[in-house]
Write a protein that binds this ligand. Structure first.
Ligand code: KIV
Length: 288
């Protein structure tokens, strides 16, 4: 069994050029598959809002939802580096709130670090959480929690003005004490530049190849979420197809009477005649 990674292992991987791979997971089963497959990290992302709960976005996700799902993921992947995603509203009102909620992730859900969205605007929260001794990952570029303000789930950094803002955010996150930064939905050139200038691991999702690693959302990787498939995602399995086919076959077999088959049935442990007598006695009593 592989030893659980620490932030220092991630830095060593960056240094050696070994790409770090992570995926989101929200439950025990899929977390265990990710661990068995050798995933370096698991993000309990607030994308659970869409994939698990069927919301249109991530903003309805609460702290309690995140904590519950982090606990389930930890039970499924006890030896994997787990990142808890701070949901919308859990770090926006005050520094005190942000630290309180980050501490909840560590104490109640046993995660290894937390991630939060935003750059310059949340640098004070990142600083305070880091100073509390908690590893923080930043998340800049396309930040789904503020998609309404961005006019939708739109790539960022495509003009020089927008690229300047993304780069400023990444620098602010680093200077505030984040130990890694995730760039989402930005041109490869912008991510590559951030990767060149920052000494911390720079991860990408829809940010090209010049990164220290890549993350994807489980619904996209395994073909579980058909509502919306981002341009940058790649489907490595067809869980929706397999599950729908499995359910359809179950329905068919029950309706036609081929399930349950003999091998799915319990056998009586005593003499069959005694059961017949028992049933006869009960039926006769009922019919009196
Ligand atoms: O919540 C999430 O799934 C994320 C990904 C976009 C990385 O933050």
């Amino acid at each position: 069994m592989a030893k659980k990674k620490t932030i220092l292992d991630l830095y060593k991987m960056k240094e050696s050029g070994e790409k770090i791979v992570w995926v989101t997971a929200y439950d025990c089963c899929f977390a265990s598959y990710a661990e068995k497959a050798g995933m370096d990290m698991i993000l309990v992302g607030d994308s659970m809002g869409m994939i698990v709960y069927g919301y249109q976005g991530t903003t309805p996700v609460t702290m309690d939802m995140c904590i519950n799902h982090c606990q389930a993921v930890r039970r499924g992947a006890p030896n994997t580096y787990i990142i808890g995603d701070m949901p919308f509203g859990s770090y926006h009102e005050s520094v005190t709130d942000a630290v309180h909620n980050a501490v909840r992730f560590i104490k109640e859900a046993d995660v290894d670090c937390i991630k939060l969205e935003g750059g310059v605007a949340v640098a004070d929260k990142i600083k305070a959480i880091s100073q509390a001794g908690i590893v923080v990952f930043g998340h800049v570029g396309l930040t789904p929690q503020s998609s309404a303000a961005m006019g939708g789930f739109k790539a960022q950094g495509r003009t020089t003005e927008s690229a300047r803002a993304v780069i400023k955010d990444a620098i602010a996150v680093y200077e505030a004490g984040a130990r890694a930064v995730l760039l989402e939905g930005v041109p490869e050139e912008v991510c590559s530049f951030v990767h060149k200038i920052l000494p911390i691991p720079v991860f990408g999702i829809g940010a090209g190849s010049d990164t220290d690693g890549q993350v994807l959302v489980i619904g996209d990787v395994l073909g579980m979420y058909e509502e919306f498939i981002p341009k940058f995602a790649k489907k490595y399995a067809d869980i929706a197809g397999i599950a729908t086919q499995g359910f359809a076959q179950f329905i068919k077999e029950v309706k036609e009477g081929t399930f349950p088959a003999p091998e799915h049935k319990y056998k009586i442990s005593e003499n069959p005649e005694e059961f017949e007598t028992l049933f006869f006695e009960i039926e006769s009593a009922l019919n009196k």
